[in-house]
Design a protein around this ligand. Structure first.
Ligand SMILES: O=C(O)C1=C[C@@H](OP(=O)(O)O)[C@@H](O)[C@H](O)C1
Ligand SMILES: C=C(OP(=O)(O)O)C(=O)O
Length: 448
């Protein structure tokens, strides 16, 4: 679905303590993959806890267009009757992935080695994002892609009729590119190898194993070497999607900066490829207790008790941690504004090719709210003003980016004057209950 309807301005004002339980929705990465792997298995995959955000709903529609039967049975409860590896039918219409980089890149991967043609598009944000990072490795399988200048959507992908397996070293730390190559490798005979220097989220590897693929991950001095044997018969699974740590970041960070807060956030992933924000917050002096560590839906999780933390200090975030917290830098930069001293985020240029240029969007919005910022192509530095120190009072542009919208609404909860966003409508892509959940904890977010 392209666009998010009319712009929805929102304003968040300084609020009293946040209290209570913050149960965030299912993980977006795992939700996309449940639908896609389910569509490539033979038989019925059942899913609970699926994120019903627009990004995932667009992937569900795409899987239907490729011939899978995707059914909603109740809140978060879905089934997918898959057509098997290589069993996709050619879609009769353009595939619209809306706002979702994960959706479009993984789906390009999973049709790339089947003899068919599909055309992809998305909203104004997705149409600006680079697809060459996926179509370059897919061309090694024999796939062809014809997009707009700069490898942009809309793009027509012609799947390889006689795919060959590939060996590919990722030039960027990207789980989307890694996953697209692995998905394409499923329908290529022989072994496809992906080498990643820096570990990125490993949900595809974990889930492919769960669906019965033959896959190994070898840790070497060059990085992780992932070897997948093509043409498996994937077995349908029962998938319980765990809660999304990238969504949990918003109530967690809000509680850290709003005076007197004390909240409980159940089931937050401790997967080492996703937990960089939580390590960073603890290093800054955040009061977070990690309780009841356990496995949920195949992921290590813990319950978090989070309290207002008056004395957080800025730190240098280790650049090698970036892949494990890539979506969390916008909200971290808000926490940094309420810490004392500088928070230095280096090695973050990937943020420039997300739903928006997130370095620029955060820098401009924080500056407008009275925070001093330094930036270069690959770096964002926030000069903290201490607890309660951000003046606020500005309206921030969200550029069709859900995480920018949520980050500034969290800033408004603790700033001296209300913070507004020009358009909060993209929040539905990843965290449709954000407004009600935060207001239920005590936030004062209002429309307009
Ligand atoms: O594979 C995934 O599910 C994702 C990978 C990341 O993107 P990149 O692979 O482009 O870094 C992340 O930003 C995105 O939200 C989800
Ligand atoms: C970058 C993100 O998603 P995607 O790349 O799937 O659009 C995100 O959710 O922050």
């Amino acid at each position: 679905m392209s666009g998010h309807g009319d712009a929805q301005p929102m304003t968040s004002a300084k609020c009293g303590p946040l209290k209570g339980m913050a149960s965030v929705p299912g993980d977006k990465s795992i939700s996309h993959r449940s639908l896609i792997f389910g569509a490539m298995a033979v038989g019925q995959t059942r899913i609970t806890g699926l994120l019903e955000g627009q990004d995932v709903l667009d992937t569900a529609s795409a899987m239907r267009a490729f011939g899978a039967t995707v059914t909603r049975h109740g809140e978060g409860a879905w089934s997918v009757n898959g057509v098997g590896v290589g069993g996709f039918q050619e879609p009769a219409d353009v595939i619209d992935c809306g706002n979702s980089g994960t959706g479009v890149r993984l789906i390009m991967g999973c049709m790339a080695t089947t003899a068919m043609t599909a055309t992809f598009t998305g909203d104004a944000s997705l149409r600006k994002r680079p697809m060459g990072r996926v179509t370059d490795p897919l061309s090694l399988f024999g796939t062809q892609a014809y997009g707009r200048k700069g490898g942009r959507l809309p793009m027509t992908v012609v799947g390889a009729a006689n795919p060959v397996p590939v060996r590919y070293a990722l030039p960027v730390a990207s789980a989307q590119v890694k996953s697209a190559v692995l998905l394409a490798g499923l329908n290529a005979p022989g072994q496809t190898v992906v080498i990643e220097k820096e570990p990125t989220r490993d949900h595809s590897e974990r889930m492919l194993l769960g669906f019965g693929a033959e896959l190994t991950v070898e840790k070497t001095p060059e990085g992780n070497v992932i070897t997948l044997t093509g043409r498996p018969e994937l077995r349908p699974q029962t998938v319980a999607v765990p809660r999304d740590p990238s969504s949990a970041a918003f109530p967690v960070c809000a509680a850290l900066i709003v005076e007197g807060s004390d909240i409980f956030v159940p089931g937050v992933s401790q997967n080492l490829t996703r937990n960089g924000l939580y390590l960073t917050l603890v290093e800054m002096g955040a009061e977070i207790e990690f309780q009841n560590p356990r496995e949920e839906g195949g992921e290590p999780v813990a319950d978090l008790r989070v309290r207002f933390s008056a004395d957080m200090k800025g730190i240098e975030v280790p650049p090698e941690r970036a892949p494990s917290m890539i979506d969390e830098y916008p909200i971290l930069s808000v926490v940094a504004a309420f810490a004392s001293g500088r928070t230095v985020m280096r090695g973050v240029k990937e943020l420039r090719v997300k739903e928006s240029d997130r370095i620029d969007a955060m820098a401009r919005g924080l500056e407008a709210n009275g925070v001093k910022i330094e930036e270069d192509e690959d770096t964002l530095i926030v000069h903290g003003m201490g607890a309660g120190g951000m003046p606020g009072g500005a309206t921030c542009a969200t550029h069709l980016d859900h995480r920018i919208a949520m980050s500034f609404l969290v800033a408004g909860m603790a700033a001296q004057k209300p913070v507004s966003v020009d358009d909060a409508s993209p929040i539905v892509t990843s965290f449709p209950i954000f407004e009600s959940l935060m207001n239920g904890l005590g936030a004062e977010i209002r429309r307009g």
